[in-house]
Structures are given as C-alpha cells and as structure tokens.
Design a protein around this ligand. Structure first.
Ligand SMILES: [Zn+2]
Length: 287
C-alpha cells in the first residue's frame, strides 16, 4: 500500500485545493439528494474548481436508485454505490434487498452502500436493520465490492458483524468512535471516513484519532448536504468544502495539504477501483 502513495514534492507545495487537475475525492457525497435539484450542475462545477474532481455517491433507498444512476450519468466524476441506508428502515421492504443483486450485476457500481446500523433513530426496528445490513455485507463479499458503512449507537456491533462475515473491505463513514474501535477497523482492513465533525475544535477524541491514525486508512468526505462544517452550521453542506476538511486534517497531522490530498485520493482510488488519474485530467470547461 505504501508504495502507491506518491512522494510529496521537495519544493514548498502549493495549496492542494488550487492545484492543477482534480486532486481530491469526496468519498461520501449525497449529490443526488433533492436539496441539490435546483443547482446541482453549479455545485459539481464549484467542487471541480476547488479541486474536488471525483465524488462517491452512496444510495439511501431502492426508490432512489434510478435517480442516483441518472445523476451520476449526467456529470463526469460521480460514481454511484447502491444499497439500503439504515436510517430509512421504514421505507425498505424485503423485495428491496432481493433486487439489489440485479443492480450490482447490471450497474457494476464502485461499492455496496450506504448500509449499516443506526440505533439512535426513533423506532429503529433493530432486527430488520440487522437483517438488511448483514444481507448487504454478504452481497458485497459475493460481488467482491467494498462496503460503505454507517454506524450510530451501534459501532461495536457493526465491527463484530464485519468481523463475523469476513472477507470484506470498505469504509466506516463519518467515524466517531474511540482509538480502540479505530484500531479494530483498520486491522480488519477498513478505512475511516473523516469529514465535517473533525472541523469542530470540541471534537477532541476524533481529532486525536485523526492526528495519529495510519494514513493508508484515511479517507476524506463531506456527507453533503448533511454534516455542515464548523462555521457553516445550519447551511447545506457541499463537496467543494472538502478542501476545508483537508486543511484541518493536514493541520492536525502536521502534514502538507498536497501530500495528504495525494495520499487520501490514492486510498480512495484503490478502495473503489477508480479509473487512472490521467483519465480525468481532460479538464471540462466551466459552465
Ligand atoms: Zn451518507
């Protein structure tokens, strides 16, 4: 893994966000969300201009799969994942999980997700969540795809499930656990998705994990339109703000932004099996 990470330049690095070509990858963006319907093209263009050239876009419900496919086909650099998000448990039925293999087979997405357990929501229907989560983990293994995992008030159980199913790789999105839980995850070969929460100075435990963790398990994300950054509370989040996440993580790790951008993008490219970086250096004119 280490050999895949480009060495930083010996001269002082320019800010990664303004570097030529799309250097950054938002590993978790819900750019298909209806809150972007009015101005999605501008939001994608702003992200590109900021240096965020690629976005991984996980699904939430089966009803959203066709729209997600459509959005990703309309904009370069958007890569869908298909799955059933635990927060929307009330909207999932048995047929949705049964239909997922056809989507994975036909669409060849970059991952299965967003899946996981959320025991914080009202009426979590925990047993149904577990069935649907485990079903998606088995599909990810069967199709040899990474999983994009959500865990709230359920991280230990999620880690145990990943271990029990075995043979998996993926990302624990919006990680907020302890150093010990982080360690268990990267020992299982999982990445930690780090986004808006790390920009809040009060997030001391998370900041300690991010400062110390091995870089080969680190992915950057925004979770747009959710999880607004510090200073943007109450606003719609957007992928261009990944540059601010990068800046905070670079500061915490005392590392140049350009090196961190290169390393985390290489991690995302390897995990999601994304096309060669040369392929997206054909810059599109700004709209
Ligand atoms: Zn999400």
């Amino acid at each position: 893994m280490n050999g895949a990470i480009p060495a930083p330049g010996s001269s002082p690095s320019p800010p990664a966000a303004q570097a030529a070509g799309p250097a950054l990858i938002d590993s978790h963006s819900h750019i298909d969300d209806t809150r972007f319907d009015a101005d999605r093209s501008q939001v994608v263009a702003r992200a590109r201009q900021a240096g965020v050239g690629l976005q991984i876009v996980p699904a939430v419900t089966a009803a959203s799969w066709p729209g997600l496919k459509q959005v990703c086909s309309e904009h370069a650099g958007l890569y869908p994942a298909y799955g059933l998000h635990p927060i929307f448990i009330a909207e999932h039925d048995a047929g949705d999980l049964a239909r997922l293999p056809q989507w994975l087979q036909r669409e060849r997405p970059v991952a299965v997700g967003e899946c996981g357990l959320d025991l914080w929501i009202d009426e979590p229907q925990a047993d149904r969540q577990r069935d649907i989560f485990l079903g998606q983990l088995r599909l990810a293994r069967e199709f040899d795809l990474p999983v994009i995992v959500h865990a709230r008030k359920a991280l230990d159980e999620v880690i145990n499930s990943l271990r029990r199913i075995g043979g998996l790789r993926g990302v624990l999105h919006s990680f907020s656990g302890s150093v010990e839980q982080a360690r268990q995850l990267w020992r299982l070969g999982f990445h930690l998705g780090i986004g808006g929460p790390v920009t809040y100075p009060r997030a001391q435990r998370l900041r300690r994990v991010v400062a110390q963790m091995p870089i080969e398990h680190l992915l950057l994300e925004t979770d747009s339109p959710d999880q607004p950054l510090c200073g943007h509370q109450g606003q719609r989040n957007e992928p261009a703000r990944l540059t601010q996440v990068l800046a905070v993580v670079a500061q915490l790790r005392e590392q140049p932004e350009a090196a961190l951008a290169a390393a985390t993008s290489a991690n995302a490219r390897a995990l999601f099996n994304l096309p060669d970086p040369m392929a997206d250096q054909v810059a599109e004119p700004m709209a």
